[in-house]
Ligand binder design. Structure first.
Ligand code: ZN
Length: 396
């Protein structure tokens, strides 16, 4: 596969590369960057002429739930796994079609993320590359109650539950260190795990050379988890200066999921219960203020939606909606673009394979008419989506 006449976006440098052609091997990796005038078609190689369009790395969304049920109260913890798979597969297709070529899932009922990945590897299913947590690990009465998590208590219980998900193929481990916004009476300020419980999960992660992702509502629990070795923080609804400074100093990653507290019409459309909606609206201002503090402190920001990332919110995928919200909160244009490409790739430890258009990287690519470096809104209209050198959508 040869792509010619492209303006290739270098997302690390924030510039257009001097080359304008990309060759992708049959195995789906970028083997060569060069000039359209000198890179010659070899044999019956397919050529896609982008006619001056911008070529951008496939998007990486880092906080997905493909199997989630709206409203949350309709979740059936005993659901037949086949039903979970149909629901999640449809959303995985939507995500891929909207340019999300990779996603990180952080709790899926019946470990459906791990099964979708197996199905994709076998060639039975086309979806984003999945880096999955399997099921989240939760205290029995915590934020994960009722949503088909793996439930545990104390150091040994959490350690065993963590090893169980890793044995089943999880890439990372997900915990809830505070309450959330899902139910009436639930508060993101309430801590949910003891030091020993967090230690049990971190130990399992370290033994398997991976890391822990924490649903984290507020400062004290984030500082607790930072001290104990958690690497990836989600939501951060209520954070103070000392906490964002500590996150920056520890060089951890933060997915703010701003769309959780800024998508009222979408939530109403999905039938969310009034209590969930009010919980989200009540914390919206503090959430935005916390994200602004994190941006100013230089915390590494990654794109995460908490929703199926291909779901449409205000006419864009949830992942783009989130990107626009982070940009609007003051994250620079380049860092906003990196939050869904290079920084996201570092988070999932794929910085040498994903998030850039360069030799040795996967041929995960999207193309558009406007320059995203001028305005990220240009990512709304995609003319081409390609994953591993395979065309997913072509509107050229
Ligand atoms: Zn979530």
């Amino acid at each position: 596969m040869l792509i010619t006449n492209a303006k290739i976006v270098d997302v690390l440098a924030g510039a257009i590369k001097s080359e304008d052609a990309v060759r992708i091997s049959a195995s789906g990796e970028i083997t060569e960057l060069g000039k359209s005038t000198t890179l010659n078609r070899s044999g019956d190689e397919t050529v896609i002429d982008l006619d001056g369009r911008y070529l951008f790395p496939g998007l990486i969304s880092c906080h997905s739930h493909l199997s989630v049920v709206f409203p949350f109260s309709l979740t059936d913890p005993n659901e037949d796994p086949a039903l979970t798979a149909f629901r999640a597969a449809e959303r995985a297709h939507e995500a891929l079609a909207s340019g999300i070529t990779t996603l990180r899932s952080v709790h899926e009922q019946n470990q459906v993320d791990l099964y979708l990945r197996r199905a994709a590897k076998a060639g039975w299913f086309q979806g984003p590359r999945i880096f999955g947590a399997g099921r989240a690990l939760s205290t029995p009465d915590g934020h994960g109650a009722g949503s088909a998590c793996s439930y545990a208590k104390d150091f040994n219980g959490f350690y065993k539950a963590a090893i169980g998900e890793l044995d089943d193929g999880a890439d990372h481990l997900k915990i809830f260190i505070t309450g959330g916004l899902a139910r009436a009476g639930e508060r993101p300020e309430d801590p949910e795990m003891t030091d020993d419980e967090i230690r049990g999960v971190v130990k399992a992660a370290e033994e398997r050379n991976t890391y822990v992702v924490a649903h984290a509502g507020e400062s004290a629990a984030i500082q607790q988890a930072l001290r104990l070795g958690v690497r990836s923080f989600e939501h951060g609804y209520v954070m103070d200066q000392a906490t964002v400074d500590a996150m920056a100093a520890k060089d951890v990653f933060y997915s703010p999921t701003l769309c959780v507290t800024r998508s009222e019409s979408w939530m109403r459309e999905k039938g969310f219960e009034e209590a969930s909606i009010q919980n989200c609206l009540a914390v919206a201002d503090r959430h935005l203020a916390s994200v602004k503090l994190a941006i100013a402190a230089g915390v590494k920001m990654t794109n995460g939606t908490d929703y199926p990332p291909g779901d449409l919110v205000d006419g864009a995928s949830a992942a783009l909606h989130e990107l626009f919200l982070m940009h609007g909160a003051g994250l620079s244009t380049l860092k906003s673009l990196q939050s869904i490409t290079t920084t996201a790739a570092s988070l999932i430890k794929q910085e040498d394979k994903l998030g850039q258009i360069a030799k040795g990287f996967f041929g995960d690519l999207i193309a558009m008419r406007g320059n995203p470096l001028d305005d990220p809104q240009n990512l709304r209209e995609l003319d081409l989506v390609m994953q591993g050198g395979r065309v997913v959508a072509n509107r050229l």
